[in-house]
Every structure is written in structure tokens, then in C-alpha cells.
Design a protein around this ligand. Sequence first.
Ligand SMILES: Cc1cc2nc3c(=O)[nH]c(=O)nc-3n(C[C@H](O)[C@H](O)[C@H](O)COP(=O)(O)OP(=O)(O)OC[C@H]3O[C@@H](n4cnc5c(N)ncnc54)[C@H](O)[C@@H]3O)c2cc1C
Length: 489
Amino acid sequence: MSRIKPVERSDDRILVSDMHEFERGERGRPDLGTLHESGRDIPVYRRCDVLVVGGGPSGTAAAVAAARLGAEVIVLERYNHLGGLSTGGLVIWIDRMTDWEGRPVIRGFAEELLGRLPPEAIAGPGTEEWGSKDPARAAHWAQRTAAFHGIVTWSPTIDPERLKLLSQEVVLGEGARLAFHAWAALPLLEEGVVRGAIFESKGGRQAVRAKVVVDATGDGDLFARGGAAFESDIESHDIHHSMNTAWLLGGADMARWIAFRTSQPEQFAQFMARGREELGAFERPFVSWRNDVALYMGPRQSGFSGLDVDDQTEVEVRSHRLMGAHLDFYRAHAPGFENAYLMLSAPQLGVRHSRRLVGAKKMLRAHWPTAQVFDDEIGVTPSVSPKFPNISIPYGCLVPEQLEGLLACGRHISCDPNSHGFMREIPQCWITGQAAGAAAAIAANRGIAPRAVDIAELQSALLGQGVYLRARDTQQVGNAGPIPMASAV
Ligand SMILES: Cc1cc2nc3c(=O)[nH]c(=O)nc-3n(C[C@H](O)[C@H](O)[C@H](O)COP(=O)(O)OP(=O)(O)OC[C@H]3O[C@@H](n4cnc5c(N)ncnc54)[C@H](O)[C@@H]3O)c2cc1C
């Protein structure tokens, strides 16, 4: 049985979808003690300048950014594709790339990648509509993932297979090397400094030597095992910590479904009430890149850990069952779903949050209203609501407070739980990935530690790669030197 845990709309969050608390299945794991693993020689697979571990949005951006600065790059990815949750996780709704004025602030690699998708692989409002407050346009796009607070945004839906293929070709096109089916197990530590990683594959245990490692695993696998401090506290009223496996139903007619939702509000409310009653955990579909494909990114299950194999399994099993139950219910009762079928459950489990780095700096809720532009700004993110200005992303939130030789990017960067609510989203992961990749290449090229990278050089490299930055343009740069240790912003 599940209990609905409604999310209340507040200044700190934008999504108001329900979460569900389930009774955790019986674990019954006895304490069987530990085994000792004896030392052994590990073959070195290859060496490189920058090793990117994890090929999700952040890892893909990091690999391309580093390769474009002349670094030899290897990407280790445990599955068979790039894109992480944005492809294999079926998180095909790319959240807001524009701010509340309609200006595209998530630019650089993110903008380039979406721009290179074939037109039939991406759906959303045209540039002329971004920022529109026209009630009719906003009402239209609110049903299609692209309007919030009555403002049209650039937050398209994409074809996951196209994004996989494009990401792969862009990475290979820049000369980076891909190693799929390679699960990184440990950082390679020499005198406390990360100098590569040890991974497992069908070929056994092997190592990659690297000048700098970018941890883009989403769960901080490398920095945690390297001894860097991390946090895992959550904002329990937000969905940012809940887990589920997304799925697609084919054979739908989303135009009919939207017409039903918008033109028959009472019947829609009855439909939702009946769904909740019969299924318990019940979810509404989102549009996708095609009218005949419906996207389900819930029911969201709270109270589980993305680091516990039993929790992961339980969430997968329940999500698969819920997918079957939703198909039956929607076919029987939802206009537009009479001919629907199970198209795909996501190959990658939907983990929104597990570990967050304790970095040299930290993004905090307290900064949202301030409009502060950090000296070491490496990107700009739209805020969660029009009440707040755009938010500056500092380089220091990618740099571990103590561990050397490694940078973090993507959904495990240094931030508080509220800021994690949006910094974990795909556009922001592209931004922090691009910055980590560029910084890693600069550090490798110069033979210096990532924390010693000159901020002006990094910002100049990012501007050269099309990233939107304000610090240097607005003369708000203070002393753009290396970041100090442990100076939390
Ligand atoms: C259900 C759900 C709905 C969401 N909805 C949205 C949304 O609507 N819009 C939005 O923008 N964002 C959304 N998000 C958030 C977003 O999808 C993720 O936060 C984002 O994809 C994170 O990118 P990343 O690169 O940090 O990590 P990931 O996308 O998790 O990629 C990490 C990659 O690293 C690989 N990896 C992990 N560990 C290892 C290892 N040890 N060795 C080798 N490879 C490894 C993984 O296989 C994966 O490919 C949602 C997330 C979920 C789960």
C-alpha cells in the first residue's frame, strides 16, 4: 500500500506532482560479516589527459568540452549509450533553457546539442514564443511541458534514440574515446591524488591512468570512494529525492487526451480520483516528441536510496508493475489511450538524488534572491520562479573541498537540497559538465591541480565554447584567481 505525499507549490519548487510513500519491502539481510580482498596487479587499459566517468548529460558535455581544448579524453560508461537519464532514463523533457524573460541562458554545448537534433526529434515552442505571457499561448504550452507561471519557456521534449546517437557522434567526432560496458569501481589514488580509475568489464578489472578525472556518475561514485566529503540530506517536501523508472506508452493520441483534460475538467477530476482509488500510486502522462507517444515520469516513490541494491530493485519491480496497471487503466478509461501499448520501460533507473559533493563552494537557497554574480561564474541557471533573478553557478561547486585530481559535475555538485531541485536538471547538468570538462583540460594541459585553474582562463574558454557568462562582461569580476579552500558561498 502507498500513501500519497502531496507536493505543495512554494517558492522553492516548480513541480507539484504527487510523491508516494510505500512500506519498504522486507529486507531481512543478515549480518554476514566481511571478506578480505587481497591485493593484485591490475592491467592498465589506457592512459589519457582527462578521464570522464559516466556518459550522462554532464559527462557528455565534459568530454566534448575537454576534447575541444586539445585534451585526450576517455569516457567510461557502464551502459551501452550516452545521455544517461536523458536517454536511457527516458527523461526526455529537457527542462527550462530560458529564463522568465524568454532569454536563452543555458547555452554552449546544451544549445548546440539541441540545435543539431533533426527537427522531427524535438518538440516545443518556437523562439518567437519564448517568454510570451499571452494567456492563450501559455495555456497551450502549459499542457505540453513548456509554460509555467503563465510564461512560455524553452523546455522541449526529445527523441531519446536520436539524442543517444547524436551524443555519441559528437563525442567521437571530437576525437574522444568511448568505453561502454565499463563500470568504474574505484578512483586510482596515488599519494592521495586521483590519477585515474579502476573499472570492471567483461574483460575483468582494469585501470585507466589520467591527469584529471571528471566524476559524472550522478551519484558521486568516484569522489565518495576517493574519500571526499559528501552530503545526502533531502528536502522531503520536494520530489528531488524520489525514485522511479520512467516508461513510454505507444499508440496514444495525446491531442485527444489534452482535449479531454482541458475541455472536461470535471470528468478529468473523476478520472484522476478513480485512478488513485484503483491503483493507489497513479500518474498523469506528459507529452513527448510525438503525438502517439505518452511519457510517464512517475509515480514517484519516496523513502528509497539510489545507493542500495535492494531499494533499487524494489523501485524497479514496483515501477514495472505500475506500468502494466497504468496501461490497463488508461486503455479502459482515458480518451486517446484505447489503442495504447507498452513501448518501453527505461533501461536506466530514475535516481534524482543520492550524494552531493561537499565542494570548495556551495550553491545555497539563500543566494536565490540576491542576483549575486560570482567571480568564478561558470554558468547561469534560470531560477525556479519569476520572483527570483537568474542564478550564478560558481566553479567552486565542482571542486571537492579536499580531494585533488578530480572535478564533479551534473546532479551531484555541491549545493543544498533546495538548489538541488533545479541544479540536477538536464540543462544545468550540461552546463556544469561543460565547465568541468574545460577546467579539467586546462588543468591537464598546464600540469596543475583543478583547483588551481585560473578562473579568467576558464571563463575565456567557456565563452569561446558559447557558454553564457556575466562575470567578465559586467566587470563584476573581483580577484579571478584560484579558488581558496573551503570558502563556502
Ligand atoms: C524520473 C526522473 C524525472 C526527471 N525529470 C526531469 C525533467 O523533466 N527535466 C529535466 O531536465 N531533468 C529531469 N530529471 C533530472 C535529470 O534527468 C538528471 O538529474 C540528469 O540526467 C543528471 O545528469 P547527470 O549527467 O548528472 O547524471 P545521469 O543522467 O544519471 O548520468 C550518469 C551516467 O553515468 C553512468 N554511470 C553511473 N555510475 C557509473 C560508474 N560507476 N561507472 C560508469 N558509468 C557510470 C550512468 O550509467 C549514466 O549514464 C529527472 C530525473 C528523473 C530520475
